[in-house]
Design a protein around this ligand. Structure first.
Ligand SMILES: Cc1cc2nc3c(=O)[nH]c(=O)nc-3n(C[C@H](O)[C@H](O)[C@H](O)COP(=O)(O)O)c2cc1C
Length: 224
């Protein structure tokens, strides 16, 4: 390593082998209860909860620690209505053929269509933006590195934080998503990455069987 400013690692916690095994199993058992939900209750969720989850997302690793993300948390009904209206226009075109037959066939078992009532009903929409230029402080406009990878990891942290807080989520990617920049007042430096819907599930929320089929460890991992 080259000389650089650093301080001793002071917040690492070492667990015994037994505790480590238990914690890894507990984490798996908790995260496997996360499901994409498409039917939300309109029960309110405190802003402080969403703030904590976004703070958790902001701790994610990123290229050169430039943190090339911005989260717009939307609770305002008028803004949610605008997003629903725009998303449903784009999704209508998508489901009426722009997606192509293969994509529509892949989506069939999930039962999704162009109607997105949850964009209005759920208490929180979190629009995630990636930032083309930035730096270690918010004012900088230098090159950002590994933007897509970094924002993907931060989004994963955010989904995990929301799930761990007791909320359900949906990752929604209306195509195209450019309308989100305008609705959320973001400039040219911001590119919409994903829309996350967060809240309580409705009483009649369901999970598509197709979504519960997860590949086995042998299918997804190789140990050498
Ligand atoms: C990048 C990405 C985009 C997605 N876009 C949508 C979407 O636009 N609409 C939707 O209903 N679900 C969307 N999903 C959710 C997937 O359909 C869901 O993750 C998958 O069926 C597995 O279900 P699970 O999340 O419950 O494990 C998206 C997921 C990802 C990761």
């Amino acid at each position: 390593m080259q000389a650089h400013d650093a301080s001793p690692l002071s917040d690492y916690i070492e667990y015994s082998s037994e505790e480590m095994l238990k914690r890894s199993a507990d984490f798996y058992n908790n995260i496997k209860r996360r499901h994409s939900i498409r039917s939300f209750s309109d029960r309110p969720v405190a802003k402080a909860v969403i703030e904590n989850c976004i703070k958790a997302a902001g701790t994610a690793p990123s290229g050169a620690n430039h943190q090339p993300w911005h989260f717009v948390a939307i609770n305002d009904l008028d803004v949610k209505k605008q997003i629903r209206e725009q998303a449903e226009i784009h999704e209508s075109n998508f489901y009426q053929g722009r997606a192509g037959e293969e994509w529509l066939d892949a989506l069939k078992p999930l039962g999704t269509d162009a109607n997105k009532p949850y964009l209005e009903h759920a208490p929180w929409l979190i629009a995630i933006f990636s930032e083309k230029k930035g730096g270690i402080s918010a004012e900088e406009k230098n090159t950002n590195y590994y933007v897509h990878e970094s924002v993907g990891i931060a989004t994963g942290f955010l989904i995990n934080a929301l799930h761990s807080s007791g909320l359900v989520t949906l990752t929604h990617t209306p195509k195209p998503m450019s309308f989100l920049s305008k609705v959320c007042g973001r400039d040219d430096n911001s590119r919409p990455y994903m829309l996350l819907i967060a809240g309580y599930p409705s009483d009649d929320a369901t999970v598509p069987h197709h979504a519960t089929t997860k590949k086995s460890i042998d299918d997804i991992a190789t140990f050498l």
